[in-house]
Design a protein around this ligand. Structure first.
Ligand SMILES: NC(=O)c1ccc[n+]([C@@H]2O[C@H](COP(=O)([O-])OP(=O)(O)OC[C@H]3O[C@@H](n4cnc5c(N)ncnc54)[C@H](O)[C@@H]3O)[C@@H](O)[C@H]2O)c1
Length: 267
């Protein structure tokens, strides 16, 4: 159901790799709600070619950018403003990748060089994006910047490994930069802490399918889907949430407030 909540707004959506990607659904919903957008992903992700389909559907241009490169990000945001015809109203950071998880390293045996790379891709890139947006004055007043997080930032989920610390860092960047952006021109910065979702990044975590089912049972409303996450992002990009900033917002069907679930212990 479209309500033109983003009519006249310009945005940049990162992280759509394939149809399962949370960012894919977010891009579709933003356009449905009247926004014009550009899409971006790492140059290597272009090889899979899936993003072209999304670009056609959303009538959006794709601007490849490695989110760890300040130069790429400067280009991304200046080109986006040129293409879309003005300053930006919203930006989505939907980027995550752990080298140690990919290489199946145990948490007690992590390679710290890889860890730094993981932090750079999954969290510092959020700061880099915001620094470019801030320094080039690329955001409109009351604009909205979102990052996607996970509750492993607050609680221990052993197989999530160094991504837990990546998310803690990501959420902290949202609070700290949210302060500076709020003062500068009332731009909001938040993270959405999403339920486990069947995507390429999600399925990279050991035991993900079993864990997905566990979280589904633990949450009174079940796991929140990528589609409902897209709805929430639209709300956060819209003018209806103008005073929400520096928050980590749970979008998880109630999981984060649960202590014990009778459904899990068979009561
Ligand atoms: N799937 C889940 O269970 C879940 C739950 C909570 C939060 N999240 C978060 O949602 C976000 C999106 O992940 P997803 O689940 O849609 O998976 P996904 O694999 O579809 O998306 C991850 C994206 O990051 C991109 N990326 C990796 N390195 C990059 C770089 N250097 N520069 C630019 N882009 C790069 C990938 O190309 C990919 O598009 C991530 O931050 C993830 O941690 C996922």
């Amino acid at each position: 159901m479209a309500n033109n909540l983003l009519a006249g707004k310009r945005g940049v959506i990162s992280g759509a790799l394939d149809e399962q990607s949370i960012a894919w659904k977010i891009a579709e919903r933003c356009v449905e709600e009247g926004a014009v957008i550009t899409l971006t992903n790492a140059p290597v992700a272009m090889r899979f070619g899936e993003i072209q389909k999304l670009a056609e559907k959303c009538k959006a241009e794709i601007i490849p950018a490695d989110a760890t490169s300040m130069e790429d990000l400067e280009q991304l945001f200046s080109k986006s403003q040129e293409i879309l015809g003005g300053k930006l109203d919203f930006v989505l950071h939907s980027i995550g990748m752990s080298i140690n998880v990919r290489k199946k390293k145990e948490y007690t045996q992590l390679n710290h060089e890889w860890m730094l790379k993981t932090f750079d891709i999954s969290a510092i890139s959020f700061h880099k994006m915001m620094q470019v947006l801030y320094n080039t004055d690329a955001m409109n007043e009351y604009g909205s910047i979102l990052g996607l997080s996970y509750i492993a930032a607050q609680r221990t989920f052993p197989d999530y490994s160094e991504m837990a610390e990546s998310k803690a860092l990501l959420e902290s960047f949202a609070r700290s930069f949210g302060y500076h952006f709020g003062i500068k021109n009332k731009v909001r910065v938040n993270t959405i802490s999403q339920s486990p979702t069947m995507t390429t990044a999600g399925k990279g975590v050991k035991g993900f399918t079993e864990f997905f089912d566990y979280a589904d049972k633990m949450s009174p409303m079940g796991n929140a889907s990528a589609e409902t996450c897209a709805d929430y992002c639209v709300a956060m990009f819209s003018d209806l949430t103008r005073m929400v900033t520096m928050q980590n917002l749970y979008h998880d069907g109630g999981f984060s407030s649960m202590g014990m679930s009778p459904a899990i212990i068979g009561l």
